[in-house]
Design a protein around this ligand. Structure first.
Ligand code: SF4
Ligand code: SF4
Length: 381
């Protein structure tokens, strides 16, 4: 979606039959988008290119808890009946590896290679917390002090087809972060999947002129009163399913005021400094730059790669290492997400997707750990 077109008022829903989902994908392809959507791979739901609706994870659901992610077959053929997997849209907007420039030596002359052309991407199946994560990245990488031109290039033409959550995972806490389970803005089209005795269909709302033109091309019919009631029922049921909470009242100040709390050392006893939490997080944006030169010296390239505040080298400055211990690295990560991010960007750095909980190999749960920093522990009797 064009950022200038964000936050349009939602339209009256139209009805997209389940069988017409493939037509939506074909329209996007005809409009020269590379369509990226959820797919099954290696026992997880990941994001990759799709060319037809058959490639979506039909009839699969994820089960998640601290340090655990599994897929199971559903009793129905829901297309988007899962929460979120290890991938996020960050993979496309700020890729794990991006060549910043490359040059070759040609008969003694240095020739710079032209940058790779950027693709027009359509993201299909963006969950509400992920729409919020893209909004967060926009704030940092488009509106911050150091805008990223590569991010801007991909983001400006990216189309967002959001899908409201019907089946949040046990690890989701978007209601605490006000980012879900229903999307409210910053999308081009928002779908809600409805599967009941009456049939299998989606309500579709446009959130931008491009979204409206896609819905128009699909020649849909407006939802009936009963279908609007069904849609509303899905919104309420999804919200009621989310039990996990992050208590955000006073959290920003409490974390900032307790850099020496004993909770940090206790977390560090379990934390492996493995970086999983930062890699799966849809808003962690830190990178490093590496220079690669061919052995014969004829080619060189500068590459931006994902990095993490959990690695030793990330905190190496000219005077030495500024975060030597795991406790200081975990503290940096959590206080940035939930406290100093708000100072910097006026919003939380966490959207409540729960990925860092499921993919932490030792099951460290940001909601539980944040709740105990700076809180007096009663002595045992
Ligand atoms: S900190 Fe964890 S829950 Fe929050 S956005 Fe990142 S991965 Fe999701
Ligand atoms: S909190 Fe968990 S996922 Fe993150 S670095 Fe520590 S062990 Fe790895």
């Amino acid at each position: 979606m064009d950022m200038a077109e964000a936050d349009q008022a939602p339209t009256i829903p139209q009805i997209l039959a389940r069988d017409a989902l493939d037509r939506l994908i074909q329209i996007l392809i005809e409009r020269e988008y590379e369509v990226i959507g959820p797919r099954l791979r290696s026992g997880a739901i990941i994001y990759d290119e799709i060319e037809s609706a058959d490639q979506l994870p039909i009839g699969w659901q994820d089960e998640q808890s601290e340090g655990r992610y599994r897929l199971r077959k559903r009793q129905d053929d829901a297309v988007f009946g899962f929460a979120v997997g290890p991938d996020s849209w960050k993979k496309y907007l700020r890729p794990p590896k991006q060549v910043l420039w490359a040059a070759r030596k040609n008969e003694g002359e240095i020739e710079f290679e032209p940058p790779a052309p950027s693709k027009k991407l359509a993201f299909l199946g963006v969950k509400p917390c992920e729409v919020a994560a893209i909004r967060t990245l926009d704030k940092v990488l488009l509106g911050g002090r150091y805008p990223d031109p590569n991010y801007a290039k991909t983001r400006q033409t990216a189309l967002i087809i959001a899908v409201n959550c019907n089946d949040p995972a046990e690890t989701c806490f978007c209601t605490s972060m006000q980012t879900g389970p229903t999307v409210e803005s910053s999308y081009d089209v928002a779908l809600t999947e409805i599967l009941n005795n009456e049939g299998h269909y989606f309500t579709a709302r446009s959130g931008s002129p491009i979204g409206a033109s896609i819905i128009e091309a699909l020649e849909l019919k407006p939802a009936s009163d009963e279908q609007c009631v069904e849609e509303q029922k899905r919104f309420e049921e999804a919200e009621a399913k989310i039990d996990r909470k992050l208590a955000t009242d006073g959290l920003q100040q409490r974390l900032a005021a307790n850099p020496n709390d004993r909770a940090w050392a206790e977390i560090a006893d379990r934390c492996l400094s493995c970086t999983n939490c930062t890699q799966v997080c849809p808003t962690c944006f830190c990178t490093s730059v590496e220079d690669h030169t061919s052995l014969d010296g004829s080619k060189t390239e500068r590459v931006q790669v994902w990095d993490s505040c959990f690695t030793g080298r990330f905190a190496e400055l000219s005077g030495g290492q500024v975060r030597e211990t795991t406790s200081s690295r975990y503290r940096q990560w959590m206080t940035h997400k939930l406290s100093t991010w708000i100072d910097q960007f006026g919003m939380s750095g966490c959207v409540g997707c729960g990925r860092c909980i499921s993919w932490c190999p030792v099951g460290i749960d940001i909601t539980k750990e944040a709740a105990r920093v700076g809180v007096e522990v009663e002595a045992a009797p």
